[in-house]
Structures are given as C-alpha cells and as structure tokens.
Design a protein around this ligand. Structure first.
Ligand SMILES: [Zn+2]
Length: 193
C-alpha cells in the first residue's frame, strides 16, 4: 500500500486549497533529539518512499508532513543499483547547503507533485550539505552532478518551492497543452484563483 503523494493538480483540475497549501508552505525543523512523534514522521517518509518505484526522491511535505526531512536514492535512478536497503538511500533531516560550486547546469526535471510536466532548471553541479541522520547525529556530505540536483530539488520542497516556480522552459504533453494553460497560470501566480 503506497501513501498518497500530494499534487498541485489531478488531470487538468487544480487540487483543493489544503493540499496545495501543504506543498506550498515552508516545513518546520525537526528538533534534536527526535521525539517519538518525529521518529514516526521519519519512518513514515522512509516507508512511503520504499513502496514506490517511480521516485528518485521524496520530501516529507509531499506526503503531508510539514517537516524538514528528505529521502532519495543515493546512486541515482539506476534499477541495477537499487535494492531498497539502507545503504542505497540517504535520509537528510534539517538539511542545509553549506557550499555550492561549479557553473550552473540546466536540465529538465519532473516531480511527482506536478504530474505530467517537466521544467528546465539550472542547479549547482556540486554541493556540500549539513544535516542530521536518522539517528539525530550531525553529518556532512558532498553531492555531485545528478545527485546534487536531486538534493536541491528535494530541499526546494521544504521551502514550498516546486518545479513550476523555476523560470525555465516548461514542457507540457501535447494532449494537455490547452487544458493546462489555466492550471499552470493559476499555480504559477500564488493567490490568483
Ligand atoms: Zn519533487
């Protein structure tokens, strides 16, 4: 049973205000040491992530938990390297980028919370992140290339920022071109409609 991932729209209909507002809000820090409730949040996110085979990463607000927790496959989206065991994914709690390096690289990205579309987004090819691990221990890790992109994408979610909030070229599937014009317009300008 997989946990529902919140989305801005379903088909060509904008979702309920409540669902949209969770995706749009800034998530809260997880106080350390973790309380039992927060440990439950972490486990819920890990379990939700592990039941999916279509996600390279997932952020807590995407499943309705407004906390600064993200999870992602640490070897990229390569089925051969994916066993679903602990060494194949990273969980970062209260992540903070402490260094970003290199010339921005532009690539198109999709997101489970913005179904069917892709947006070209420029991101740093190398970042250093400070965070807490699942046990609440401080950690620091460097990510490069695709993984650096994934981490930046998931961290955007913690600030309520989604791929459509980036300026880059938007790709909408042919059959949705017309019906999505309104959806995207509503979503790109918060507060309108
Ligand atoms: Zn996403």
């Amino acid at each position: 049973m997989s946990k529902k991932v919140l989305t801005l729209w379903s088909g060509d209909v904008v979702n309920e205000e409540e669902e949209v507002s969770i995706l749009r809000s800034r998530s809260e820090e997880v106080p350390v040491p973790f309380s039992n409730d927060r440990k439950k949040d972490i486990k819920t996110l890990i379990d939700a992530f592990l039941t999916r085979d279509d996600a390279v990463g997932l952020a807590a607000p995407q499943i309705g938990i407004r906390r600064r927790i993200i999870i992602f496959r640490n070897k990229g989206f390569d089925e051969k390297k994916w066993s679903g065991s602990e060494e194949d994914y990273d969980v970062l709690i209260n992540p903070r980028i402490t260094q970003s390096q290199g010339d921005m690289v532009t690539m198109s990205e999709g997101c489970l919370s913005c179904p069917e579309i892709q947006v070209e987004i420029s991101r740093f090819p190398e970042i250093k992140v400070r965070a807490h691990d699942v046990n609440g221990r401080k950690m620091s890790k460097r990510y490069t290339d695709y993984l650096a992109r994934v981490v930046q994408h998931e961290m955007d979610h913690l600030n309520g920022k989604l791929i459509i909030d980036h300026e880059g070229t938007l790709y909408i599937p042919q059959q949705r071109q017309e019906s999505f014009v309104d959806v995207i317009r509503k979503m790109r300008i918060p507060g309108e409609g």
